[in-house]
Write a protein that binds this ligand. Structure first.
Ligand SMILES: [Zn+2]
Length: 304
């Protein structure tokens, strides 16, 4: 429900110490990731990369064609602090930013992206830690309008699992259907009362950062598992979906993690859920039926 084959933090385009995009290498790495997931039965992967973070639908198409794995791409912009916010802030200062964002999303959902004819299958939204900024609100409002008109599905980024409830409330108040919303990164906040409050809105929630531990505000997988088990005990098995938020190809200079982080980051790969998390959860009493819902039936219902 939330991975990235190719991703770059906006600004990577300006770092000219890096040569031109190595498409061949990106394809190799992305195909290997898709094949690794496919070996565990994965048929469809959502690539949650926002427009300005190096989204490359032609690469996604080629990965899909070469592996047989369906890839769903996104339309949308990243949160104000880490996205390329200058452009639409400038546009909004001159006129109606909300309308322009709506037009962009509507076009990418209904007509396609660039000249490819590839349509965005999800709208990706994002907010900041403890606040949905005025800039970010433009995207939430535009997305709700596009969803009302097209039925498009919405997935979100919450920063450290904050503002999930507010995201859901904002979208629903703008007319969006909670059954077509997944509030993402809710495994970044281990407060069960908070998670339950978000779920009470009728939306799906993403436990979508498995393998990303103790870094950029993330809890451990053990804490995520405990939260999942508690929410399942409360009866939310129809509303939880899993993912990793892997970045398989990072654009820009080669990322070199300091030694301590290198060890932690070794857990972040596209098979983590299958190799570690599901076996752990089964030991904790989660049933095969519940796993089937989380991994297969819930995404299926979400995309109906
Ligand atoms: Zn992501």
């Amino acid at each position: 429900m939330h991975e990235h084959f190719v991703f770059g933090y906006p600004g990577f385009e300006g770092d000219k110490t890096v040569g031109p995009f190595d498409r061949k290498k990106a394809l190799e790495v992305s195909i290997a990731a898709a094949e690794r997931a496919k070996a565990y039965g994965v048929q469809t992967i959502v690539d949650a990369t926002p427009n300005e973070c190096g989204r490359d639908v032609k690469v996604l198409k080629e990965v899909s064609e070469k592996t047989g794995v369906n890839i769903v791409c996104a339309t949308g912009y990243y949160f104000e602090g880490e996205g390329a916010s200058a452009y639409f802030k400038f546009r909004n200062a001159l006129g109606d930013g909300l309308k322009e964002i709506y037009e962009l999303m509507f076009m990418e959902v209904t007509e396609g992206i660039d000249d490819t004819g590839i349509k965005a299958g999800v709208i990706k939204l994002a907010s900041s830690k403890n606040v949905i900024t005025d800039y970010e609100r433009l995207f939430f409002k535009a997305a709700a309008k596009v969803q009302k008109e097209t039925g498009a599905h919405i997935i979100t980024h919450t920063q450290e699992g904050t503002m999930g409830q507010e995201q859901a409330e904002l979208l629903i108040s703008e007319g969006a259907d909670p059954n077509r919303i997944m509030i993402g990164h809710m495994c970044g906040n281990t407060d069960i009362k908070y998670a339950a409050k978000v779920l009470e809105k009728g939306v799906y929630i993403g436990f979508d950062r498995f393998g990303l531990e103790g870094f950029i505000g993330c809890p451990t997988d053990g804490e995520r598992e405990a939260l999942a088990v508690s929410l399942l005990a409360l009866g939310y098995e129809d509303k939880i979906m899993f993912s990793h938020d892997t970045v398989n190809v990072m654009l820009g200079r080669t990322v070199v993690f300091p030694p301590a982080l290198r060890e932690i980051m070794a857990n972040q790969h596209i098979a983590r859920i299958f190799e570690v998390i599901i076996p752990d959860l089964k030991k904790m009493g989660v049933t095969d039926d519940q796993i089937e819902k989380i991994m297969t039936k819930n995404p299926e219902h979400f995309f109906r």
